[in-house]
Design a protein around this ligand. Structure first.
Ligand code: ADP
Ligand code: MG
Length: 628
């Protein structure tokens, strides 16, 4: 059985939609191991076409190729990848070295495709470079080499995975005669080691150094001449190797690619990081302001409340109050007139502001000293009593003493402290007091307002409910007012601002994704030839796709990392500048936003990379190799 058998190979190219050109009409020939075959033929006779078919780069032909009894046509795509990777090595007239990696890296890249471990790669690459007498130039770059030297590196690369077949398409076509001779000598040695070597050539001289000369003309084998005896040694035993390129190697290749265009990669990453940082900051600021509102404006001890009234001025009926108490987030209601409108007090030389002044109606808290208020008197809590007494026993220092209350610019009212009560309310840490409704009416009158007698105080469980409760109450037809309602406005603005800014962030993210898409797409176009080379030395479509996807992922990770650092820096600076507020306006608490930003960045750029990566994977290897 022949080692490699070609039977009735036909190949035609579509020139236009209606026209085809039959290049190979009927190629039938057999090759053995250890042969050094010269493939001759005029320019355009189909030599390269045949080599590409044999190399597994072109599968669009009819007829059979049988390798060791196996039909190539029966191979799955994965087996075909394996075939190109391990069983054939290809050498081209134009060398097709990857120009911005070193000589040794060029040889190693073929082994990377087969998942050879890293140490072994270097060892074996050096050995092969020695075979082609290029070990002295391992660290050089392709553009520092002569044509002959480049071709010898290409041969070393073709041998990297110890293939059984070497296909060389005019390897000496661009070389001077001395370099050509050396290359042929090396190929001869390779054949002698038991491999099948097929060399396409124009040169009679090159053909003469071969053990067999096969000529193509008019799409068929026109001549097949054997010279002398072939020294077919037993096939070198193939070392057991790992099946496919490891993820680690794919990542290494992707990283190397990014590094090669590191300026561009960095610029794209920075541009993308702006969008990501914006999103992180928007979320953190929104969280920070909400917590500022919650923790500082609505100081922990105070309850949240809304003041409502009936638009027609009537009082609340008990059934109305019941319905309001049932609302989600409402913890209590009270129908006393409570003023939170900055009632100021002056006592001797101490002055301050009451947190609440409540009309003395119904049951008041029990007195710890003195008595409950009557006309012209005020009933104060212990906190206020202690403040007014200046550390002395307030029983004697405060009770019965005069105190003046005033509102805003209004005229003051003189009162006498009637007693001190034990304050068990949530306001107990603040200055609070009760006075007769008449006193409160007078205070309101002093600033030209009437005491809101028909008002209901609705106490809300927590800040989150403020907006919802306020809306519910308005739906029920009440008008909502009171100091606390401005917090509702703040929270609404924060929510609104978050939505608007998030939209802006989303747009900048979309722009970043498009940018990543373009950059990867350009990169595919720039590297078309390289992709062809990778395919020729055994890279599968999946390998190519994964390399580009990893590049996208790395770009995303870098921009995510930049975004995290930038937004942390902005957070630290903004928080330092607003330290007087006592709360971090840019919340650090939500580390999850940073994680999310990083993840978003990676996911987004991988998504943007899918199309360019698929495009790269779908490139036709033969076409790609032809690209200059
Ligand atoms: P050789 O290597 O012997 O010079 P080729 O195999 O490159 O010849 O080409 C054989 C013929 O096929 C030529 O006429 C060439 O123009 C044609 N050909 C090669 N590749 C293509 C292609 N991709 N599309 C159309 N025609 C092609
Ligand atoms: Mg050719």
């Amino acid at each position: 059985m022949a080692f490699l058998q070609l039977a009735n190979i036909k190949k035609e190219y579509n020139i236009s939609r209606t026209q085809t050109q039959q290049v190979l009409r009927n190629i039938s020939v057999e090759f053995r191991q250890g042969e050094l075959v010269a493939l001759l033929g005029e320019s355009g006779s189909g030599k390269s076409t045949l080599i590409n078919i044999l190399g597994g780069l072109d599968t669009n032909y009819t007829g059979s190729i049988i390798l060791n009894g196996e039909f190539l046509k029966d191979f799955t795509e994965k087996q075909m990848d394996d075939y190109r990777k391990k069983r054939v090595g290809m050498i081209f007239q134009s060398y097709n070295l990857i120009s911005n990696i070193s000589v040794i890296e060029n040889v190693k890249i073929a082994m990377k495709m087969s998942g050879v471990d890293d140490k072994l790669q270097t060892e074996r690459a050096l050995k092969l470079l020695k075979v082609v007498k290029m070990d002295h130039a391992a660290e050089k770059f392709p553009n520092q080499l002569s044509g002959g030297q480049k071709q010898r590196v290409a041969i070393a690369r073709a041998l990297a995975n110890n293939p059984d077949i070497i296909l060389a398409d005019e390897p000496t076509g661009a070389l001077d005669s001395q370099s050509a001779e050396l290359v042929m000598l090396i190929l001869k040695k390779i054949a002698q080691s038991g491999k099948l070597v097929i060399v396409v050539t124009h040169s009679q001289k090159v053909a003469e150094s071969c053990s067999r000369v096969v000529s193509i003309a008019d799409g068929i084998i026109a001549q097949d001449i054997r010279a002398g005896k072939i020294d077919a040694r037993s096939r070198a035993r193939r070392a057991a190797r790992a099946g496919s390129i490891s993820t680690k190697n794919i990542m290494a290749l992707a990283w190397k690619n990014l590094w090669r265009s590191r300026q561009r990669s960095l610029l794209v990453s920075i541009a993308m990081s702006i969008g990501i940082a914006a999103v992180i900051l928007i979320l953190s600021v929104s969280a920070g302001i909400t917590s500022y509102v919650n923790e500082v404006l609505i100081s922990g001890d105070q309850s949240l409340w809304l003041e409502i009234e009936n638009p027609d001025g009537t009082s609340f009926t008990s059934s109305e109050i019941k319905a309001i108490k049932k609302l989600d987030g409402v913890s209590d209601t009270s129908d006393a007139a409570v003023s939170k409108n900055n009632v100021n007090y002056t006592f001797e030389n101490i002055s301050g502001t009451l947190l609440t002044l409540t009309s003395a109606e119904g049951t008041l808290p029990a007195a710890v000293a003195g008595e409950q208020p009557s006309e012209g008197r005020i009933y104060i809590n212990e906190t206020l009593a202690e403040e007014l007494s200046g550390g002395e026993d307030y029983r004697s220092a405060v009770i019965g003493q005069p105190i003046e209350l005033s509102m805003g610019e209004g005229e003051g009212i003189s009162l006498v402290v009637s007693g001190v009560y034990e304050d068990s309310s949530s306001y107990s840490a603040f200055a609070c007091a009760y006075a007769e409704r008449g006193v409160m009416e007078e205070l309101y009158a002093s600033i030209g307002r009437t005491l809101p007698s028909n008002r209901l105080i609705v106490v809300v469980e927590s800040a989150q409910y403020l907006t919802a409760v306020s809306e519910d109450l308005q739906t029920l037809g009440y008008s909502v007012s009171g100091e606390n309602s401005s917090l509702v406005d703040i929270l609404t603005y924060v929510d609104l601002g978050t939505i608007v800014l998030t939209a802006v962030g989303a747009i900048s993210l979309a722009v970043s994704a498009i940018m990543i898409f373009i950059v990867l797409y350009i990169s595919v176009i720039e590297r078309t030839k390289e992709i062809g080379v990778m395919r020729a030395i055994g890279g599968s479509k999946g390998n190519i796709r994964r390399i580009f996807l990893f590049e996208a992922a790395f770009l995303g990770a870098i921009s995510g990392a930049i975004a995290v650092v930038v937004s942390l820096a902005v957070a630290v600076i903004v928080n330092a500048c607003t330290a007087s507020l006592g709360v971090n306006i840019v919340s650090y608490y939500y580390g999850v936003y940073y994680m999310a930003g990083l993840l978003l960045s990676v996911v987004l750029s991988v998504c943007a990379g899918v199309a360019p990566a698929s495009y790269a994977a779908s490139l036709d290897p033969v076409e790609s190799l032809r690209r200059e």
